[in-house]
Design a protein. Structure first.
Length: 157
């Protein structure tokens, strides 16, 4: 990897503030506030990421989210990203960050395009992490790739 490539990679993934390491998946509890609010054929939920590690940590950007079946396999397409400003969120131990998750009603899509199924829950990758957490939450999902029935915003406080 050349110097220019290393510099570019560092610029693409902002560093955590001094004294605060990036939040690791193992130190987070990921859960869904199931009191959603509906609008225009979708329901919006708060996807919560709570820091349970002993020290402060930081999150920046979007969590990766997809629907899963009972075997943990992805159902349909991963969540699209709602284009919004991103900020570094620093969490002390016990504090929670939130990302808004939109789940569209699958009846909005033609049956042949969507192939509706019941998902068992969500697979969530905290921002900039490659390990995931599973969140049990049954909901109707499109089993076919293509329809953007999930969308997620960046983490906020």
């Amino acid at each position: 990897m050349g110097v220019a490539t290393v510099a570019l990679a560092a610029a693409a993934s902002p560093a955590a503030p001094a004294g605060s390491a990036a939040c690791r998946t193992a130190g987070l509890v990921v859960w869904l506030d199931t009191e959603g609010s509906g609008a225009a054929g979708s329901v919006y939920y708060k996807l919560e990421l709570t820091n349970l590690s002993p020290g402060a940590c930081s999150l920046f950007g979007y969590p990766g989210v997809s629907a899963i079946d009972l075997r943990g396999r992805q159902v349909g397409s991963a969540a699209a990203r709602n284009p919004m400003p991103r900020r570094t969120v620093t969490l002390a131990s016990g504090q929670t960050a939130t990302a808004v998750l939109r789940i569209a009603q699958v009846v909005n899509y033609p049956r042949a395009v969507c192939r509706p199924v019941t998902a068992a829950g969500l697979r969530v990758y905290p921002p900039n992490e490659t390990a995931s957490k599973l969140v049990p939450f049954p909901f109707r999902a499109c089993s076919r790739a293509g329809p953007a029935f999930l969308a997620v915003g960046p983490v906020t406080r």
